[in-house]
Every structure is written in structure tokens, then in C-alpha cells.
Ligand binder design. Structure first.
Ligand SMILES: [Mg+2]
Length: 224
């Protein structure tokens, strides 16, 4: 019997509605790195975004500057924080997200958020959506107390422990076949893939085109 639902954030409940490449170019300019090719800078940022361990956007910029052998500006912390505010200002909920979370919450279903990314970035995006109040547990891979990226078993373990359920009593909803769906199934959770799949969806997982379809599948799993 399903008692809890774990959600991914990016491209599951919300998304960055502006051009991420333009955002990265803006950050490059703020750092005064006009001599650094935009694509080179974007690649360095994107590699750092996927790094394991505690992670913040400021740390990413510090590592990118190190890699380019550039001195970090004295106001790097403020620069990173204003970049996060600008990112969050363009972060939007996906259709049906608010309704789905309110509905599950009002039915007493325990909810957790499991998201890969820098702690400050993912929390700023979540705050912009106003969804924090629905979650009993918010697990960001870059949080120093989590420091594990999906599909690592650790982050799923932290989620079921925080929700006080067994793995088989929880279902993971996400758009990524490897990190969300593969990680959840390996840990013993049920899984629902949402959105257009980038490959074959495992037979053990549900498949939903959008959050309205997720809601229907969850209704079945939750018994009405
Ligand atoms: Mg995602």
C-alpha cells in the first residue's frame, strides 16, 4: 500500500522558463570573463553542476574561476546570490503541479522532494514555486547533510527514513529515467515516469504524459 510520494523538481514540478544559456552568459559577464568563450564557460558550469558532494552556486563559480586560473572577485558571494535570485525569478510551476500537491497533501499523503543540484539553486527554485509547505522532507543533493545525487541509494534512504515509510510504501515521480526511475526502482520504491521518455520506460514503472495523468495513476495506487 502506497503512503508516500517522492517528487523530482526540475521538469517534473517546475522548470526554468527562460533560456539557461543566456543565464549562464549573463553570469559570465557579471564575472568579467568577457575573454572566455561562452560555450567553454557554459561547459565548465554544466560539468560543475553535476559534481557530487556538497554544492552551492557560489562553489561552482569558485571552481570554474579556479579552472580558468582567474582570481575570484571579492563580492563572489553576492554575485552568486543575485544570480540565484535572477534564476528563481524565471522558475515556473508545470501545469497541474500546485493542484496535485494540494490534493495529495489534503488526503494526508506524505510528500518528499528529491532534487539533484546546488543547494541554494534548488531551494531558490522551490521557494519561487511556493511548494515547500507541502513537503515533510526536502532533500537536495548539494545540501551538505545529503551530499548524494539520485540515483544513489543514500538519497532514497534518507527520504523513506524522513517520511517514516518502507521503500515499498513510496512512489517516486520524475522525468529522468536513470536518476528518478532507475534509482527509485533499485531502492525498492514504485515509480512513475512523467513526460516524454528519452528511452524505454522500465516495465515496473508507470508512464504519464503530464501531471494530470500522474494524478490519475496515483489515485489508483492510493486507493481512490
Ligand atoms: Mg528532473
Amino acid at each position: 500500500m502506497i503512503k508516500a510520494v517522492c517528487f523530482d523538481l526540475d521538469d517534473t514540478l517546475g522548470h526554468y522558463a527562460s533560456d539557461f544559456g543566456e543565464f549562464v552568459a549573463f553570469v559570465r559577464n557579471e564575472l568579467g570573463l568577457h575573454q572566455c568563450d561562452t560555450n567553454v564557460f557554459a561547459k565548465l558550469v554544466s560539468d560543475e553542476l553535476r559534481r557530487d558532494g556538497p554544492l552551492t552556486f557560489e562553489l561552482i563559480l569558485r571552481r570554474v574561476l579556479d579552472g580558468l586560473q582567474q582570481r575570484a572577485p571579492a563580492d563572489l558571494a553576492e554575485l552568486a546570490s543575485s544570480a540565484m535570485a535572477s534564476y528563481a525569478a524565471d522558475y515556473r510551476p508545470l501545469p497541474g503541479a500546485a493542484e496535485l500537491l494540494s490534493d495529495l497533501d489534503s488526503r494526508g499523503v506524505k510528500l518528499a522532494l528529491l532534487t539533484n543540484g546546488p543547494d541554494d539553486m534548488q531551494r531558490a527554485a522551490l521557494r519561487a514555486l511556493g511548494f515547500e509547505r507541502h513537503f515533510r522532507a526536502i532533500l537536495v543533493s548539494g545540501d551538505r547533510d545529503v551530499a548524494a545525487r539520485k540515483p544513489a541509494p543514500r538519497i532514497f534512504g534518507l527520504a523513506v527514513t524522513a517520511l517514516e515509510v518502507l521503500p515499498e510504501e513510496a512512489v517516486m515521480v520524475g522525468d529522468d529515467l536513470d536518476t528518478d526511475i532507475g534509482g527509485a526502482l533499485d531502492y525498492g520504491l514504485a515509480a512513475i515516469h512523467v513526460g516524454p521518455p528519452t528511452g524505454p520506460v522500465p516495465a515496473a514503472a508507470g508512464q504519464a504524459a503530464d501531471l494530470a495523468a500522474v494524478r490519475l495513476l496515483l489515485s489508483g495506487l492510493l486507493g481512490g
